[in-house]
Design a protein around this ligand. Sequence first.
Ligand code: FES
Length: 154
Amino acid sequence: MNKKSDDWMDLYRKEPEPEEELVIPEGPILFYNELVQAHSTNPRNIGEIPGADGAALIGDPECGDQMELWIKVEAGKIQDIKFKSNGCAGAIAASSMCTELALGKTLDEAKQLTDDDIIIALEGVPEMSKNCSLSGIAALQAAIKDFESKGGAN
Ligand code: FES
């Protein structure tokens, strides 16, 4: 209320808010496809494995997000795999898909998995979130290393 008024009710009347100008962002826009959204909102293999054979804690120095991953190995195969992440939707989707791809694989097969395999399995991720998909595969490889460093007998 800028001008003086004799009507005391003006104290309780609000001036209309100025209309906000619609700003269309420039540059790349993030669009997660339906598969990525499905994995980020309903991630597979969430949780911990008590008494896991291998475990890893990975942090992303760029954004500070973390993820933990556990594997259970039997007869040289990943018999169970679980993860927890406080990462973004892209990181959670990629980690979820990573566990799906690794489950049931031999350790040698799981070691061959790459970030690209996850991105292909997710039918693509936006360019800007590609880095987020690295934590799952990094944690998987670190958990396998942890298993092997303990003797890797199972
Ligand atoms: S922003 Fe941190 S993992 Fe995506």
